[in-house]
Design a protein. Structure first.
Length: 69
């Protein structure tokens, strides 16, 4: 069995492309293994950096505008 990586529709083994979105089909077992992979470490670093930036901006705002109140 094959599956479309974009719309997740299942097809028979003889199909090569999805008629809906024209994407090349993948084997169902391989697609399941791809979904079970862990989130890359770079994602977590970027997420942590984003939260640190937002926290820093909030702290800076409170320091600057808190002095005038």
């Amino acid at each position: 069995m094959k599956i479309c990586p974009l719309c997740h529709t299942k097809f028979e083994d003889s199909a090569e492309y999805c008629p809906k979105c024209k994407a090349q089909l993948e084997d169902f077992e391989e697609a399941e293994k791809e979904e079970q992979k862990a989130v890359p470490k770079s994602f977590w670093i970027a997420l942590l950096g984003t939260f640190a930036f937002i926290g820093g901006m909030i702290l800076l705002y409170k320091l600057v505008y808190g002095a005038f109140m």
